[in-house]
Design a protein around this ligand. Structure first.
Ligand code: C5P
Length: 236
């Protein structure tokens, strides 16, 4: 397969393929936090995130939720449908943590009485600020119909993932999604991994996600590997 570099992000590289409708995504070990201020690498993160995302996209397929994933190509690469990414990131939260805990003054780990959906403007230079439907309309970031679809899918994905993960003794605290348009339809893009979700062990509340890197908690690689193991029964 010929690969033409198209775009390099913080954790992934994107290549064009011979098929104009398809892209190749390469998962790197590079890790950043706090909008790029903290940089490092997490051993084998690319492999873990490629495999964990593959697992979740396959799970969403079973539930009829549309996404860009076509197939895993090898340990670090997947083939996806080409999307026009909407510059709106969606965060779904079940338990207060991270920036929400700070913003509303709740201690981390307090259960939210109802699910919270947040929208952020995908703009690195601005540090992805929190926005609402009025901003989206005024800035022309997406149509109201697109936002409605995004929120509907985000809540469905929360149900599917939370229910599945509970059986694996993992609590889904919160997660971030990105959507894009493919052939006129809004579908899920990006990845679903410990880089983009907060996963806590159901019994010990041990963090099994990128907060271990953000907060220098140690055993970062082991945490990513543990998530893969609980999902697939495999450590690599
Ligand atoms: O930092 P915050 O609490 O807002 O993060 C909420 C969720 O979104 C976390 O699971 C985090 O990993 C994810 N996130 C992300 N990319 C960002 C910001 C947050 O994947 N740029």
């Amino acid at each position: 397969m010929t690969k033409q570099p198209m775009y390099e992000g913080k954790a992934k590289q994107v290549f064009a393929t011979e098929n104009p409708d398809e892209l190749l995504v390469y998962f790197k070990d590079d890790a950043t936090a706090f909008n790029g201020e903290k940089k490092g690498t997490i051993g084998n993160k690319g492999v873990f995130n490629n495999k964990i995302s593959t697992f979740f996209f396959n799970l969403l397929s079973e539930k009829g939720i549309p996404h860009h994933f076509i197939k895993m190509l090898n340990d670090r690469e997947m083939l996806v449908k080409k999307l026009a990414i909407l510059p709106v990131e969606v965060v779904v939260r079940n338990i207060a943590a991270g920036s929400l805990a700070k913003r509303i003054g709740w201690e981390e780990g307090r259960k939210l009485p109802s699910t919270v959906v947040e929208l952020y403007y995908k703009d690195d230079a601005l540090g992805d600020p929190l926005i609402n439907n009025y901003h989206i309309k005024a800035l022309g970031l997406a149509t109201p119909e697109q936002v409605e679809i995004i929120e509907k899918y985000a809540l469905q994905i929360n149900e599917v993932l939370s229910t599945f993960l509970k059986e694996k003794k993992i609590e889904l605290i919160d997660f971030k999604l990105e959507f894009g348009v493919h052939k006129g339809e809004v579908i899920l893009g990006d990845e679903i991994s410990p880089d983009t979700c907060r996963f806590w062990d159901s019994e010990t509340s041990q963090k099994l996600d990128k907060d271990r890197f953000r907060r220098d908690l140690g055993n970062v690689e082991e945490a990513y590997q543990e998530v893969l193991y609980r999902l697939t029964g495999r450590r690599n």
